[in-house]
Design a protein around this ligand. Structure first.
Ligand code: F6P
Length: 406
């Protein structure tokens, strides 16, 4: 297993993949090579570090052209021999034999540092390895955007873009058929994808894990839209949103040592809407379409910066730290701090407030009826020029809204 050069960095990608992983790998290889380091990439996440140890030398050549590729050229493992988290915040100890094997692998390859690219679960493993003497540097990735201490993880923007594109497409068909469309998106126990895609894609109702909701309020919103002349409604539901009775919809029963697979709430919501209102409802589960494919430009830039900055942390021997984005700078924090608590949507935060201001429902309150909405509902392109019964000082705003809607 011995290799010639003494300055060497290892990298692995662990957990669910996401767009931008290859951009990080490329960023690490390019910046490390310029500083005189070799880079080796361990295959299939942490699994590559232990028997049978599997890795590949990474170079300019074999990382060329991967910036815009989804997935990871190193492969990843979600449920392998390493697992340090279950559910939202339950921690489990790593097998000491595995930890010893990892240390041996790093020593035999004379690694100056091991860059672990992962989400909450994988970085918790990284933190455990660091506690046992492995020179770990963390890079936060996940479409869920649920890691603390960083404004964004890369992968999130790409997932939101995919979900927004889905909503754009659902919008036209929903309008044509006067249907309710329910889009279920990923995100585990955080509603970031649902919230951002819901706003970007013109969702009417957004159901989040962070905001308890009821079917009554959801259905009231659909009826309110009908009163406004909008015969279709777009509902975005996060896979981790709880049903009003507190149940979570999962795809399989919880195994004691594994993360539960979420999913299926969209179908439950759609069925109940049809049952209560008798409106034609269709359900789309976006699934892994929001995890595959090329990273957005935002994610490419973020991932590239994370890669270059992670190398700097290795050079400065700042082990146990994770790169993070604190706009406008790329910074670093202890991994332990980042994995202490999931980052979840603040129900009183400015993004939710802005959505509410637009009339988007979170299913937690009766829809707030605004008199201007009644005016715009009845107006047509022709009579929009002067909206009757509207105070003169507000007419411009109403007219503009109707024309824009037309
Ligand atoms: O954590 C990323 C994520 O895509 C979640 O949003 C989702 O719940 C989960 O992974 C799906 O995992 P898998 O690919 O194992 O089905």
């Amino acid at each position: 297993m011995s290799m010639k050069r003494e300055k060497r960095i290892g990298i692995l990608t662990s957990g669910g993949d996401c767009p931008g992983l290859n951009a990080v790998i490329r960023g690490v290889v390019k910046s490390a090579t310029r500083l005189g380091y070799d880079v080796v990439g361990f295959l299939r996440g942490f699994e590559g570090l232990v028997d049978p140890v599997t890795y590949m030398p990474l170079s300019y050549k074999n990382t060329s052209g991967i910036l815009n590729q989804g997935g990871t050229i190193l492969g990843s493992t979600n449920k392998g021999r390493f697992a340090a988290t279950i559910g939202v915040d339950q921690r489990v100890e790593l097998d000491p034999e595995l930890v010893a094997e990892v240390r041996t692998t790093c020593e035999q390859l004379s690694l100056s540092g091991l860059i672990c690219v992962g989400g909450d679960g994988s970085l918790t493993i990284g933190q455990e390895l660091y506690r046992h003497g492995v020179p770990v540097v963390g890079v936060p990735k996940t479409i869920d955007n649920d890691l603390s201490c960083t404004a964004f993880t890369f992968g999130f923007d790409s997932a939101v873009t995919a979900a927004t594109d889905a909503l754009d497409r659902l919008h036209t068909t929903a309008a044509s058929h006067e249907r309710v469309m329910v889009l279920e998106v990923m995100g585990r126990h955080a509603g970031w994808i649902a919230l951002h895609a819901g706003i970007a894609g013109g969702g009417d109702v957004i159901l989040l894990p962070e905001i308890p909701w009821t079917f009554d309020h959801l259905c009231q919103k659909i009826l309110e839209r009908e009163r406004q002349g909008k015969k279709f409604t777009l509902v975005v539901v996060a896979e981790g949103a709880e049903l009003p009775d507190g149940r979570m919809v999962t795809r399989e029963s919880q195994q004691s040592d594994r993360q539960t697979r979420l999913g299926g709430i969209g179908e439950v919501v759609g069925r109940e809407i049809e049952h209560r209102l008798g409106r034609e409802t269709r359900v789309v589960v976006l699934g892994h379409l929001q995890r595959g494919g090329p990273p957005t430009t935002f994610d490419r830039v973020l991932a590239t910066q994370f890669g270059a900055h992670a190398v700097r942390l290795v050079v400065e021997r700042r082990f146990g730290e994770m790169v993070c984005y604190r706009p406008p700078v790329i910074d670093a924090v202890p991994i332990a701090e980042a994995v202490m608590e999931l980052s979840r949507v603040d129900p009183d935060g400015s993004t939710v407030q802005a959505a509410r201001a637009l009339g988007i429902s979170f299913g937690d309150q009766p829809p707030a009826w605004h008199p201007f909405q009644a005016q715009t509902a009845e107006a047509t392109r022709d009579d929009a020029v002067v909206a009757p019964d509207v105070p003169v000082e507000h007419r411009d705003a109403v007219t503009a809204e109707v024309v824009a809607a037309g």
